[in-house]
Each structure stands twice: as C-alpha cells, then as structure tokens.
Design a protein around this ligand. Sequence first.
Ligand SMILES: Cc1cc2nc3c(=O)[nH]c(=O)nc-3n(C[C@H](O)[C@H](O)[C@H](O)COP(=O)(O)OP(=O)(O)OC[C@H]3O[C@@H](n4cnc5c(N)ncnc54)[C@H](O)[C@@H]3O)c2cc1C
Length: 353
Amino acid sequence: MRRAAALIVGGGPAGASAALTLARAGAMPVVIDRAPGERDVVCGGFLGWDALAQLRRLGLDPLALGARPIHRLRLVAGTRVVETALPETAAGLSRRRLDATLLRLAEEAGAAVLRGRTARAVEERSVRLEDGETLDADALFIATGKHELRGAARPIEGRALSVGLRAAIPAPPDLAGTIELHLYDGGYAGLLVQEDGAANLCLSVAQARMADGREACLAALMREAPLLAERLGGVPPNEWEAIAGVPYGWRAKATEAGVYRVGDQAAVIASLAGDGIAVALASGAAAAQACLHGDGTGARLYQRDFARRAARPVRVAEALRHMAEHRGERRLMMGLAKMSGLARLAARLTRIS
Ligand SMILES: Cc1cc2nc3c(=O)[nH]c(=O)nc-3n(C[C@H](O)[C@H](O)[C@H](O)COP(=O)(O)OP(=O)(O)OC[C@H]3O[C@@H](n4cnc5c(N)ncnc54)[C@H](O)[C@@H]3O)c2cc1C
C-alpha cells in the first residue's frame, strides 16, 4: 500500500489544474489517469475567454499551442441561420493537445503522473487500482470527469441523461473564426476549427433518442439538421469517441472530509454553453487552494462554496439548453439570438469566473 499527501484520480483539465496548483505550492501530488498517453476525448474543444484567462494564469498560452481564435457564434436550426459576435475572443483547441500540455506542466512542477493506471473503487480516502494496488491519501481529489468511481458515484438517478459523440472532419472554409452550433430536438452539434486545421465535430444527444441505436439516431439528426448533413457530405463519420450518462445541471453540494470533487464531478454545465473546461480548471484550482490553506473542514467548505459559485452559470446554461432542445422554444431562441445584446449577455452569464 502506498500513501500520498494528495492523490488526484483523473488527469483531465480539473485534475491537472489541481495538480499544478498543489505542485507549484510545494506539495507533491500524485495523479493517476487510466489513459496511457495522449488521446482525443468527447469535447467540443471550445475555450471561452474565462478558460483562456485561467490557462494563462496556469502558465499555458493556448494560442502558442496553435489554438484558433474564435470571434463569432453561428446558430443553425433547420435551415435558419443567425450569426452574432462573441463578447470576447474564444478559441478552438483539441483536448488531445490541451490535456497533454497541462499534465506535462504539472509534472514539470513536481507532480508524479502515473499514466495507464485505472482506479476501480474508493473507500473514504483509499483508492483501489485495477492491478490490485491500493493508494491511501490524506487528501483525495475525484477528477474522473464523466466517469463514475465505485464507492463515490454521483447520485444522478432520475435525471434525463445525454450522450456525447466526437469526430474530426475536414474543415469547411467558412468555419474559420466561428463556433457553429446546429440545434435539434434533444441536443446540438458543435463545429469549430482546431489547431491541426481539422474541424472538431461534437454532438450532444438526449440518451432517449439513442433507443434505436446510434446509426438510426444519426440518420434522424441528418434529416432534422440539413445544413449539418451538408457539412458532412450527407454521410456521418464512421469513427466516434462516445460517452453516455452525461447529467447536465448536476452540482455536488456536499462531500466527505478530505475528499474534493472537481470538474464534472463538482458541476456539469450544459456543454452547449462551452464552459465545462473553465469550470474544471476553476474547481481544480479552488480545491487545491482549499487543501493547501484549509484545516480539516477545507473539503466541505470548498464543495459548498464551489456549488454556489457554479450555480448561476449552470442554471442559465440549463435554461438555454432547454430552449435549444425543444422546437417551439428553439424558434424563440433564434429570434432572440438576433438581438446581439441578449446573445452577449447569455454568453457572459454562463461563464464561471
Ligand atoms: C458533448 C460534449 C461537448 C462538450 N464541449 C465542450 C466545449 O466545447 N468546451 C468546454 O469548455 N466544455 C465542453 N464540454 C464539457 C467538458 O468536456 C467537461 O466539462 C470537461 O472535460 C471536464 O473536465 P474534467 O477534468 O472534470 O473531466 P474529463 O475531461 O472527463 O477528464 C477525466 C479524466 O479522468 C480519467 N479517468 C476517468 N476515470 C478514471 C479512473 N477510474 N481511473 C483513472 N483515471 C480515470 C480520464 O481518462 C480523463 O483523463 C463538453 C461536454 C460534452 C459531453
């Protein structure tokens, strides 16, 4: 059995942000991640201005990594298109590039990063790995994102869940500088150009729409979103990264002593708002600060305070998601989006900072 002062399970943006903050303060955190190396994950790759500011504070310049600046939002519903300027510059960057760079920075700051190690279960602050090893920690950070950990699963029963899909496609020329969102019943598809010049295509779909299988669902979406079908040349990609059971709107309001939930394990903002990465970075840093400066009650205070901090962006994002996912309200939303002041206000109200 090994012991760590701070053990972080999951090396996505939340876990890496916590690790970096702890390591730079002189703590020697241990991060475990089940991925053996760089990989694509289900994510739109949209970095809002709050995420960009946080990344810069962590010492990472997304533009130097090749992130493509984004200035405009294009909303598409059926054949109707509305375009509006974003209040501030955002950017498109693949999660492959972002996650690998954040973890490398954490390692350089002194964190031990154990790749290809999967946590199977947790009991208090003791984590059992797939290979049978047990890691004990004074402070445990649960940063497994969209994945549940046995013994610490989020209580999300009874929620309407969504499925996320992600693929890369050739970028259409008029996508440069734009985040394009195609709205349909139960979800949306997001498109942006990432650092390698390909377009990152990410779909969020109500899990109930997948009842007849992925192919049938995609075929129906192509009919409902003809301009998206056009982008895909009429044929959806064959290869997708996929994740099920996404509980939009969920927030952790309590925790146990010494256990910090960060990222999607702390709050799941509707992905349509494009602020999940910012929430992950902010929660990771806040939890690490609480751990460094708090007494034994640090974890509970952090969790309560972060739930409050995330309340407004999560609620506003839920309201927007509801409008976008239902046909009648979608029409109203498209009309409102034409009023650039309102669109900019909605974009601002869904930021965590
Ligand atoms: C369809 C969709 C589109 C999205 N688009 C955007 C967007 O454009 N912009 C944005 O800001 N947000 C977006 N989000 C939200 C964003 O992806 C998440 O909020 C963000 O990834 C959360 O970061 P995290 O670090 O908490 O978790 P994750 O990024 O999920 O990272 C979790 C890490 O934990 C590891 N892990 C999991 N289980 C274990 C285990 N048992 N043992 C060891 N390691 C484990 C994984 O390998 C992974 O590296 C989107 C979400 C969805 C569903």
